[in-house]
Write a protein that binds this ligand. Structure first.
Ligand SMILES: [Zn+2]
Length: 246
């Protein structure tokens, strides 16, 4: 079947036991996941109907990728919102430090992956030192210090922070690259979950009481957060699920 629409991307069909059709985009590749019985003509029509969405997502993924920080000597990154120039040096001893506008990473860093690993270990230490006391202070201010059981740092892909019903708050240490106000917002966001385990109106009211500009911070993170995932790391993906009636 040829409907005359020229698609400016190619796609791959992956048939499986699934019951619905989904479009999955990753690293510029388009994959259509369908049940076994769906034929190629149907998929072609389906993809044509979703072409606008797919093109928008592909463009966004490409933009995000070009904006990601690079672990390369001389590149600029941010730390607590301050711009720093990366200085990578081979050395026998591992050392990461900030000096005169530079973030110096020294050690056996023959590859950018190795440099990135050193950097992440350093960043986690920085996050712990900076965010733990602030998180505890906010918990005390809200009178929920007894509910706060643990503060963890983990480079999760999907979230900047998380608060469990057991009182465990988890932060993504990459947030340390954001301006201090944004870090502050994230801390407040998670600590307020110790009071309300939801995103109800009361919850946001409480957040607002401690961070009046919270919606600006949220927007900032949505627009800029992807930069903190250094190239080679996060592979941006988009996903569209559709019922078969589509
Ligand atoms: Zn939340």
């Amino acid at each position: 079947m040829n409907t005359g629409i020229d698609l400016d991307f190619e796609y791959q069909i992956v048939r499986s036991k699934r019951k619905t059709v989904a479009i999955h985009l990753r690293n510029g590749k388009v994959e259509v996941r369908t049940p076994q019985r769906i034929d190629n003509a149907w998929v072609q029509q389906f993809v044509e109907n979703k072409a606008d969405w797919i093109n928008t997502q592909l463009a966004q993924q490409l933009k995000n990728k070009t904006e990601q920080y690079q672990m390369t000597d001389g590149e600029s990154i941010t730390f607590l919102g301050h711009e720093l120039q990366l200085q990578l040096r081979l050395a026998s001893r591992n050392k990461v430090y900030i000096e005169a506008g530079k973030l110096c990473i020294e050690g056996r860093i023959e590859t950018s992956e190795k440099a990135l690993k050193l950097f992440h270990n350093w960043l986690k230490d920085q996050a712990r030192a900076y965010m733990v006391p602030r998180t505890e202070a906010y918990a005390a201010r809200l009178g929920v210090e007894d509910s706060l059981q643990q503060i963890r740092f983990r480079k999760t892909r999907s979230k900047w922070g998380h608060c469990s019903s057991k009182g465990i708050i988890q932060f993504n240490e990459l947030i340390m690259l954001a301006p201090t106000m944004v870090v502050e917002y994230l801390i407040i966001h998670e600590v307020c979950h110790l009071v309300y385990m939801n995103h109800s109106r009361q919850y946001w009211k409480l957040v607002e009481g401690h961070c009046p500009d919270y919606s600006e911070m949220k927007t900032w993170l949505t627009e800029n957060g992807h930069r903190f995932w250094f190239d080679t790391e996060q592979q941006s993906a988009s996903h569209l699920d559709a019922g078969l009636s589509d």
